[in-house]
Design a protein around this ligand. Structure first.
Ligand SMILES: NC(=O)c1ccc[n+]([C@@H]2O[C@H](COP(=O)([O-])OP(=O)(O)OC[C@H]3O[C@@H](n4cnc5c(N)ncnc54)[C@H](O)[C@@H]3O)[C@@H](O)[C@H]2O)c1
Ligand SMILES: [Zn+2]
Ligand SMILES: [Zn+2]
Length: 384
């Protein structure tokens, strides 16, 4: 089968790989119909995630058709059209039982932090992902979800990560009616977080980025205010000014380890890897939230240390909430929101490419070319 393969930082190609096989009675084999490229893939692509191995196939946002099931798979049948959440979760461990599907203890037992993910580094289990024609899906009874009849496959594929992550970012913010919410990062995740902040009752939503085309997109799509941090002076002072010098009620970090905007953070976090990614956005979030406010982090950082102003967290009494999204937990509500037209996930998709062109997809998305927001890959074997 055809699959994307990682060859080292900024080097990926499409290769022929052996077909995946059922290795456990709870496995399924899925023929991919759509898969996306995510900001989380860029951390791998740029070589910022430890133990990303040459030969790995990325891709944790995909839909597909069930081709084969193991003897213990009861929730799916061959021919089902499924959306497959990015978390690989056993459904039985103490964390899965609490709904922490992003922190499953069984799917990546050697890891002490995150759980198992498709198409990521070996610190999250080393599972091959969906930027391929076929994927092995472990624990197939737990997270894969049959796509409701009538749902557009492009909406479904974004329910595997971006929509639930934007939603959880807003949810973790504990937004109260009328709150001012500031979202750092106008990538697909930040745009969706800004959109979802309204669902939780925000009174004012501001998004911050440096890409004008993304800010313009966010203004229209998320109906929020949007500012370029390269044009507003110190973003922390700017947000204070916007809020009578009080600070925002809730700040969301939807940027993560690749953040720009602070030379020291960039050198230590991205160029020399002395810290686990550049902590610029989380820094700004902590400093621009009000006393007693909430900082919600969905932007991804590596497993070791970062330079964050922890003294300000203490002295301002800030609550920090963060996690890898528990996709499965949000699906029932989010499927309803899509079906009722409250959310329009496929509106984020700007590029549709053949799987063979995956390297172009990474280049466009990573370099923010051609007004790229979200790219979907279509394998020749998709059949739809
Ligand atoms: N927690 C989760 O489960 C989860 C799920 C999906 C994605 N993520 C993470 O969310 C983050 C965003 O994902 P995405 O797909 O939207 O990525 P993206 O790379 O498309 O978007 C990031 C945006 O941040 C902007 N940016 C850079 N520095 C900034 C700064 N200092 N302040 C404000 N904006 C800044 C960039 O210009 C870019 O538009 C990534 O870190 C990704 O790994 C987390
Ligand atoms: Zn993703
Ligand atoms: Zn588990």
């Amino acid at each position: 089968m055809l699959a994307m393969e990682y060859r080292g930082p900024k080097r990926i190609r499409v290769v022929q790989k052996p077909m995946p096989e059922i290795l456990h009675p709870e496995d399924a084999i899925v023929r991919v119909t759509r898969s996306c490229i995510c900001g989380s893939d860029l951390h791998l692509y740029n070589g910022n995630v430890p133990d990303t191995r040459v030969g790995q196939t990325f891709g944790h946002e995909f839909t597909g058709v069930v081709e084969e099931i193991g003897s213990e798979v009861t929730k799916l049948k061959v021919g089902d059209n499924v959306l497959v959440p990015f978390n690989i979760a056993c459904g039985k461990c103490i964390f899965c039982k609490q709904g922490l599907f992003g922190n499953c203890h069984e799917a990546a037992p050697q890891a002490t932090a995150a759980g198992g993910f498709f198409g990521y580094s070996h610190i999250t289990g080393g599972y091959n992902g969906g930027q391929a024609e076929y994927v092995r899906v472990p624990y197939a009874n737990v997270s894969p979800t049959v796509i409701p009849p009538g749902m557009d496959i492009e909406d479904a594929v974004l329910l595997t990560d971006v929509v639930p992550t934007g939603y959880q970012a807003a949810e973790m913010g504990g937004i109260q009616t009328g709150d001012t919410v500031v979202v750092f990062g106008a990538g697909p995740v930040g745009i969706m977080a800004a959109r979802c902040a309204w669902l939780f009752g925000a009174g004012r939503v501001i998004i911050i980025d440096k890409e004008d085309y993304r800010l313009e997109f966010a203004r229209n799509y998320s109906k929020c205010e949007a500012y370029n941090f390269q044009e507003i002076g110190d973003p922390v002072v700017f947000i204070k000014k916007q809020t009578d010098w009080i600070g925002a009620d809730v700040c969301i970090d939807a940027v993560g380890a690749e953040a720009a905007g602070n030379a020291l953070q960039t050198i230590t976090g991205r160029k020399t890897l002395l810290q686990a990614g550049s902590a610029t956005a989380v820094h700004w979030a902590i400093n621009s939230v009000r006393k007693g406010g909430v900082v919600s982090i969905v932007g991804v950082y590596g497993p070791t240390d970062n330079l964050v102003p922890i003294g300000n967290v203490l002295n301002k009494g800030i609550t920090i909430r963060a996690n890898q999204t528990a996709v499965k937990r949000h699906l029932p509500r989010l499927i309803e929101h899509v079906q009722n037209g409250v959310l329009n996930p496929k509106g984020l998709i700007t590029h549709r490419l053949a799987l063979e062109d995956v390297a172009d997809g990474y280049r466009l998305f990573s370099a923010k070319l051609d007004n790229c927001i979200k790219t979907v890959l279509i394998p020749a074997t998709a059949g739809m």
